[in-house]
Design a protein around this ligand. Structure first.
Ligand code: CMP
Length: 139
């Protein structure tokens, strides 16, 4: 089934100028970038986007990191795009990620883990709408 998912290339990756490398890995995994923009999140945007983690001990550090530099937000499309993207991203903690995944090959740490991807169809719809309107998504 063709799906869409929300991807974020995080500040550790924009800082190191490795967005192209990450996009290549996404494309090689069968995903297509159908919308994309480079933005600097506000504190409010970061807090709202990650509000599901607001009770977690890492929430503050996560939000501070996400506003520490620009991010690239993307809509990815493909067969089973949500799981396909999670597979190519690898485990949240780069130390536990499989070889060949984005986080294993490129991430710095659990917080500075280079990429975010939606974890369910419901969250993908909410997260895509957080950053993009229908007219931004050109297919
Ligand atoms: P992400 O997939 O963007 O979703 C939440 C983020 O919180 C996660 O990636 C990590 O970068 C960050 N994070 C920091 N500490 C933890 C933790 N202990 N468990 C899960 N996520 C964490």
């Amino acid at each position: 089934m063709t799906e869409r998912t929300l991807s974020i290339i995080k500040p550790d990756a924009t800082r190191r100028n490795i967005c192209g490398k990450i996009i290549s890995m996404l494309e090689d995994a069968g995903l297509r970038v159908i919308a994309q923009k480079r933005i600097h999140l506000t504190e409010n945007q970061a807090k709202n986007f990650y509000s599901v983690h607001s009770e977690s001990p890492f929430y503050q550090e996560l939000c501070e990191f996400m506003i520490s530099g620009p991010v690239v937000v993307q809509v990815l499309e493909g067969e089973n795009a949500i799981n396909r993207n999670r597979d190519v991203m690898g485990a949240t903690n780069p130390e536990q990620a499989a070889p060949g995944t984005i986080r294993k090959e490129l991430a710095v740490s659990l917080t500075e883990n280079s990429v975010h991807g939606s974890d369910s169809p419901e969250n993908a719809a909410v997260e895509i709408a957080f950053f993009f309107s229908d007219t931004d998504i050109v297919g």
